[in-house]
Design a binder for this molecule. Structure first.
Ligand SMILES: NC(=O)c1ccc[n+]([C@@H]2O[C@H](COP(=O)([O-])OP(=O)(O)OC[C@H]3O[C@@H](n4cnc5c(N)ncnc54)[C@H](O)[C@@H]3O)[C@@H](O)[C@H]2O)c1
Length: 133
C-alpha cells in the first residue's frame, strides 16, 4: 500500500504521482470485487502482469473453486489458473481488500432498489478524481 494516502481536503497531486509510480513499478496492490465474467479475467490479468492481486466474491462456491484451481469461466482455462494459483488470493471477506491501492468493482448492474442491499457491505470513500498521469 502506498506510504501516504490522499487527504480529501488536499488538492495536491503527490499521491497521484505516487500511485502512478506504484502502478508503473508494479508495487501497487490491486483488488477486484465480483469474480464473474468480468472480474475473474481481470484478476487473472492483474496477477499475470506481475501485480499483487486479491479477489473478493460473496459466492463461497466460486471462491472455493478458485482456491482449488478450478475455473468456472470459460475465458479462464485451467492451465492459466494453474500457472498463477500460488499468487492468486481470493476471499469472501471484504477485509481481504485491506491494503489495496486500487479496487475494481465488477458486481452486477443495474442496481435497483431491491438489490441495493447487495452493496450494503461496501463503504466507499472518494479519494480523488481524474486520471493518475
Ligand atoms: N459479462 C459481460 O460481457 C459484461 C460486459 C460489459 C459490462 N459488464 C458489466 O460488468 C459487471 C459485472 O458483470 P459480470 O458479467 O462479470 O457479472 P457476473 O454475474 O458474471 O459476476 C458477478 C460476480 O459478482 C459477485 N457479487 C455480486 N455482488 C457482490 C458483492 N456485493 N460483493 C462481492 N461479490 C459480489 C457474484 O457472486 C458474481 O460472482 C456488470 O456491471 C455488467 O453490467 C459485463
Amino acid at each position: 500500500m502506498l506510504a501516504t494516502m490522499p487527504d480529501q481536503r488536499s488538492s495536491g497531486t503527490s499521491w497521484r504521482r505516487e500511485l502512478a509510480a506504484a502502478l508503473r513499478d508494479k508495487r501497487a496492490k490491486l483488488g477486484v470485487v465480483g469474480l464473474g465474467y468480468v472480474g475473474l479475467p481481470m484478476l487473472v490479468s492483474i496477477v499475470r502482469a506481475g501485480f499483487r492481486g486479491v479477489g473478493v466474491d460473496l459466492d463461497q462456491t466460486r471462491v472455493d473453486a478458485l482456491a482449488q484451481g478450478r475455473s468456472y469461466i470459460s475465458d479462464v482455462p485451467y492451465e492459466v489458473l494453474a500457472d498463477i494459483r500460488s499468487r492468486l488470493r481470493v476471499s469472501t471477506r471484504g477485509s481481504a481488500l485491506r491494503g489495496c491501492d486500487v479496487v475494481l468493482i465488477c458486481v452486477p448492474t443495474p442496481l435497483w432498489p431491491q438489490a441495493a442491499g447487495r452493496l450494503s457491505r461496501c463503504r466507499i470513500r472518494t479519494i480523488g478524481r481524474g486520471s493518475c498521469t
